[in-house]
Write a protein that binds this ligand. Structure first.
Ligand code: HPA
Length: 235
């Protein structure tokens, strides 16, 4: 029990998928997990635990943005001893070579968030867990999913005034997509000696204006969730 989570010790599995949207957490629990039961409902930030191919796995919504995400992730790591965190989300494309529906597997996450200053003169570089990353890449290639291993930027600002231009030189430094949560998850996982990875479907390209078609959205999400579950259950 924490200020934001009513789950009891042992209610979360070692591996937790992290969508932003509580209704997506429920959708994952209902459509992918066997015997799923709700473990958290505080603020409707829903969490569930069930089984995927016989292995215990949980899904916990984070809300949008790093401050909200960091609360749930900190408590999962500190109070519930979670070991493997996999964000499943969407991202905006910052480079023409990432097409709508492509997966971006985030090897690192730049950020404009002050949360990541770590009270230090150095710029900390939040990074993915190598074992989760290499497993996800191997499985994605086997499934012929179009994926990019690239840096993302986890921004605190959704409505940027100048589209891709707002991200300055980042796209020229292989930062191929923008989302809002990965950096906080990576930093906290490092702090608690846990594994973390963010897998995101590109849904809207800030360079070309291309957007995912509504009927493609569900197919893409299914592929991403199955990839995340199969990756997480290897650990
Ligand atoms: N910005 C931030 N996060 C996102 C975006 C975006 O354009 N698209 C999907 N997630």
């Amino acid at each position: 029990m924490t200020p934001h989570n009513e789950a009891k010790p042992g209610d979360y599995a070692d591996t937790v998928l992290l969508p932003g949207d509580p209704l997506r957490a429920r959708w994952i629990a209902e459509n992918f997990l066997d015997d799923a039961r709700q473990v958290n409902g505080i603020r409707n930030c829903l969490g569930f635990t069930g089984r995927w191919k016989g292995r215990a796995v949980s899904v916990q919504a984070t809300g949008m943005g790093q401050p909200s995400t960091a609360i749930y992730v900190h408590e999962l790591l500190d109070s519930y001893g979670v070991k493997n965190l996999i964000r499943v989300g969407t991202c905006g494309g910052l480079h023409e070579r990432v097409r709508v529906r492509d997966l971006v597997i985030a090897i690192s996450a730049a950020t404009d968030s002050t949360m990541n200053n770590l009270f230090s003169p150095f710029t900390y570089a939040p990074f993915a867990d190598y074992d989760l990353l290499s497993t996800a890449v191997e499985l994605a290639r086997k499934r012929k999913l179009k994926s990019h291993v690239a840096s993302v930027v986890s921004s605190d600002i959704f409505y940027v005034p100048e589209g891709a231009k707002s991200y300055g030189e980042l796209p020229a430094h292989n930062v191929l997509a923008v989302e809002m949560e990965a950096a906080a998850i990576y930093t906290l996982a490092a702090r608690f000696n846990a594994r973390a990875l963010a897998i995101c479907t590109m849904t809207d390209c800030l360079v070309t204006g291309q957007e995912i078609a509504p009927k493609e959205r569900e197919t893409s999400l299914v592929e991403m969730v199955e990839l995340a579950l199969d990756t997480g259950c290897r650990f």
